[in-house]
Design a protein around this ligand. Structure first.
Ligand code: EAX
Length: 326
């Protein structure tokens, strides 16, 4: 009997130790607004795999796609308050929280994505990332959303005048809104999760997003014309809640996140570049009419936006980003 009790006690100890190890698992929720075959989602899946491997299964990344946890603004708020661990968002809606990222929103400021990657990954980019620390967030790095292209249901837009009177959905960002006002369009900020329906119902005539989003969000079903404008370049920022970063993770786990983020970031950027190569042709095959845009004319037309925002963004910050691409 004694022997039996001893075995039983040992077994109980072993079992409860096992339970403790299982409790030790850290589930990290990350939210984004895009489709499950998008660059964000596939990039995050890869990030999750890297975290899992490096932590021997201790870190589990749980990805919520398609605005399941709300808009980008909701997700940033959640991360900032500590009710959500992570999110991957365009930098544009961060304008509601900091001026740090505004420089990226200026039309046509980014021409050379490769030189910009170097700049973003260096000390200048780090200063920008650090601007969210006081908002309860840690920005881990800059991934890619991409060069934004214009679509609409009314007409082929090749020059600024063609935009007159078109209702265009934009992200919630003052520079984006001003750019489209300057071009003569009616800007309408709508969260991404409501965009397909807004296009379908004609609440807006058009929208602008990278080709990979136009494709994975099936906008060809509700938009006829695609103009290859590349008017904004959207970086994607991987944000973590500062509470989660400081209090749930320890030094070892933080190092794992930092290392996995760099690998996943580079992988995701390459994925975007590769995917993009085929996309104009495949959207054409889906029935869109694809036109080149007179970029020089658009560039000229949006110059007042630089004047309007140069104080808020900082002349020096603008010049640094331009010089980095020389
Ligand atoms: O960050 O809202 C948008 O148009 C963004 O490109 C999208 O949510 C990805």
């Amino acid at each position: 009997m004694k022997r039996f009790l001893l075995v039983f006690t040992l077994l109980a100890v072993v079992l409860s130790a096992g339970a403790a190890a299982a409790d030790d698992k850290i589930v990290v929720r990350v939210a984004h607004t895009l489709a499950p075959d998008s660059h964000y989602h596939i990039g995050l899946e890869n990030f999750g795999k890297l975290l899992d491997e490096a932590s021997n299964g201790r870190i589990e990344l749980e990805i919520f796609h398609s605005s399941q946890l709300g808009s980008e603004r909701d997700a940033i708020e959640g991360v900032s308050m500590g009710t959500l661990e992570m999110t991957l968002v365009s930098s544009a809606p961060l304008a509601n929280f900091t001026n740090g990222f505004l420089v990226f929103d200026l039309p046509f400021i980014i021409q050379d994505r490769f030189k910009t990657y170097e700049w973003m990954d260096g000390p200048e980019g780090q200063k920008i990332l650090d601007s969210v620390l006081s908002k309860g967030m840690v920005a881990l790095g800059i991934w890619e959303n991409g060069f934004r292209m214009l679509t609409n249901s009314k007409k082929a837009v090749t020059k600024p005048e063609d935009l007159k009177g078109l209702k265009i959905r934009l992200m919630e960002n003052p520079i984006h809104v001003s750019t489209f006002k300057t071009l003569g369009a009616y800007p309408v900020p709508i969260p991404f999760g409501e965009l397909f329906t807004a296009l379908q119902q004609g609440t807006v005539d058009g929208q602008e997003n990278p080709l990979i989003i136009i494709s994975t969000s099936k906008f060809a079903e509700v938009q006829k014309y695609l103009s290859l404008t590349g008017h904004f370049y959207a970086p994607a920022i991987l944000l973590a809640s500062k509470d989660f970063w400081d209090n749930t993770l320890d030094d070892g786990l933080r190092a794992i996140f930092i290392d996995a983020e760099k690998k996943a970031r580079d992988w995701e950027r390459n994925f975007c570049i590769e995917a993009e190569k085929e996309l104009a042709a495949s959207l054409e095959a889906e029935g869109m009419e694809v036109v080149e845009a007179d970029k020089a004319a658009f560039f000229e037309a949006v110059q007042p936006v630089y004047k309007e925002f140069e104080d808020q963004v900082g002349k020096e910050a603008i010049q640094k980003l331009i010089d980095a691409q020389k």
